[in-house]
Design a protein around this ligand. Structure first.
Ligand code: HEC
Ligand code: HEC
Length: 488
């Protein structure tokens, strides 16, 4: 569904441009980088000056690192990066067998219903053609070779599954560190996140009943070895079998929302609602277990230590002078650690940074995304939450109060391996890391989003912006081992 209305005008005025088509470790800048900050992408100044166009080559001062800075830097790079904290909601969180099963499921597209949006045109930027079924797997939007980000969808910003979503797919590296998930915190446990994907008409479009039957048909042995006997889902009188093209939503409206009911989902007034109450519970329980296995797999995905860690641990040659100055700025003048703190560079809280959206993919994102002010109440109301009957425990992660500061606030993204992301921010409309730094330098925007921007302008020089950029690229580690990058 193409909706290039006045948003196109906005993008032209805001010069947010096209995202970099190759924002990899060494080439983050593109035409979109544009200004002084952008040009510095060229420098990977190991041992040398920032030395790129627009930056004075003599402007190569010593890094200013006092004891206060070192204390902050050591907090970002402890001797060992901590593994994901225990997940009390999931009794299988650290079970190797469950993780292997979850890995198989992560790459399996057979759970998905029909592709609905006409932008599904059979090109490599789409997962198939409109009307086709069985095309969307988790790996379709979380591409393993690219830090489990979406480098596949057209323009590498927001994702095209069955339809277009409204936010960028975050990298799944180190996702086990986060308890409140999604940009807006609307998922309070990694195991229940699966339900959003299945039930979304723009992602897998295959709510509950259909994928439970697929688990029975395609994964029965592996499932039962971990979670015990499945109910008799081959009994079609008890568990109706929807065809792939019947499950979920059949048509999207112009706002990418489902027209009519989603068959197989709670509230369908049809197959799911007609199940006996204990069978509704049984179907839900199967997918809860599948979600727990997938969570066990995702907890294994990590970026790992990068040159920055080696430098903090004593290897003086691991970072060049510009990168070291960038590290000092990150914890000092630029105040990045007021939110990007801890070994994974996130306080795991929600902040409003004054982000005005633009056109992404082929869709204009509305400037009214309320973020965590709506997301966290949704997580609390979810019957599948950490407080509910399907959770194996509750560590009090869901907040009691939802304060006004959560309006337009999004979770601070983790920054390890950040240079490998295809685009930036929850909107995906910021095309390069240099542009992200320019954004923070000017203190974000003042209007065009809900809530109150927490940022203040930083007044960084071109050289300082280049230094910060050089620093962010030193956070790239080896990534997950090769055997985690495909089906087991
Ligand atoms: C159509 C694309 C698409 C597919 C398919 C998809 N995701 Fe995502 N994923 C996203 C987007 C977009 C977000 C962020 C949405 C938001 O925050 O509103 C996301 C967020 C997540 C998050 C939260 C990460 C964090 O740091 O908070 C996890 C975990 C995740 N996805 C796992 C999965 C799993 C497991 C599957 C398969 C069952 C899957 N995704 C399938 C696009 C996709
Ligand atoms: C007030 C808290 C706060 C401060 C201060 C802050 N950030 Fe962020 N940062 C965020 C939040 C929140 C986002 C995500 C915003 C969104 O998408 O809506 C973000 C996004 C980012 C991203 C994009 C990551 C991605 O995956 O899209 C980068 C890179 C980044 N910040 C680096 C920095 C740097 C460098 C500094 C210091 C100059 C800084 N941040 C200061 C909270 C903060």
């Amino acid at each position: 569904m193409r909706r290039l209305t006045w948003g196109l005008l906005l993008v032209l005025c805001a010069c947010s441009g096209t995202p970099s088509s190759g924002a990899g470790t060494n080439g983050g800048s593109s035409a979109a980088g544009g200004g002084a900050g952008g040009s510095a992408d060229a420098g990977n100044p190991a041992g040398g000056s920032a030395g790129s166009a627009g930056v004075d080559v003599d402007d190569d001062p010593d890094p200013e690192l006092g004891e206060a800075e070192w204390a902050e830097l050591r907090a970002l790079a402890p001797d060992e990066l901590p593994p994901p904290p225990a997940d009390v909601t999931n009794a299988w969180a650290d079970d190797a067998g469950a993780a292997a099963f979850g890995q198989a499921l992560f790459f399996d597209p057979r759970f998905s219903g029909a592709l609905l949006d006409g932008d599904n045109d059979g090109t490599p930027a789409a997962l198939g053609r409109k009307g086709e079924t069985g095309k969307v797997s988790c790996a379709g939007c979380h591409v393993p070779e690219n830090g489990f980000s979406d480098t596949r969808s057209l323009r590498r910003q927001i994702s095209l599954g069955a339809g277009w979503g409204i936010r960028r797919a975050p990298s799944l590296l180190d996702v086990g560190q986060s308890k409140l998930l999604m940009w807006d915190g609307r998922r309070g446990a990694l195991f229940n996140q699966l339900f959003g994907v299945l039930e979304s008409e723009v992602e897998m479009n295959s709510p509950r009943l259909y994928p439970a039957v697929k688990v029975f048909e395609n994964h029965r042995e592996a499932y039962e070895a971990i979670f015990g006997p499945l109910p008799p889902l081959d009994d079609e009188a008890r568990f109706p079998h929807l065809k792939a093209e019947e499950t979920g939503c059949l048509r999207l409206d112009k706002d990418n929302k489902c027209v009519g009911v989603k068959r197989g989902a709670p509230g369908d007034g049809a197959e799911f609602d007609a199940l006996a109450p204990e069978d509704r519970d049984a179907v839900t329980r199967i997918l809860v277990n599948v979600g727990k296995a997938m969570a066990a797999y995702q907890r294994l995905l990590s970026c790992g230590p990068g040159p920055f860690d080696a430098w903090v641990h004593g290897d003086e040659t691991a970072l060049g002078r510009a990168e070291q100055r960038g590290a000092a700025l990150f914890v000092g003048k630029a105040r990045c650690t007021s939110c990007h703190s801890g070994p994974y560079f996130s306080d795991e809280r929600f902040h409003n940074v004054g982000l005005r959206p633009g056109v992404v993919g082929t869709v204009f994102l509305g400037a009214d995304d309320p973020g965590a002010s709506v997301g966290i109440p949704l997580a609390k109301a979810d019957p599948l939450s950490s407080r509910g009957a399907y959770s194996d425990g509750d560590d009090g992660r869901l907040p009691d109060e939802v304060g006004p500061g959560l309006l337009g606030a999004f979770r601070t993204p983790r920054l390890r391996c950040v240079a490998e992301r295809p685009s930036f921010m929850h909107t995906g409309h910021v095309g390069s890391l240099a542009d992200v730094i320019d954004f923070f330098d000017r203190g974000g925007e003042q209007v065009g989003f809900p809530g109150k921007n927490e940022l203040v302008p930083l007044g960084l020089s071109a050289r300082e912006r280049a230094d910060l950029l050089a620093f962010l690229k030193t956070l790239t580690g080896p990534g997950p081992s090769a055997e985690l990058l495909g089906p087991p």
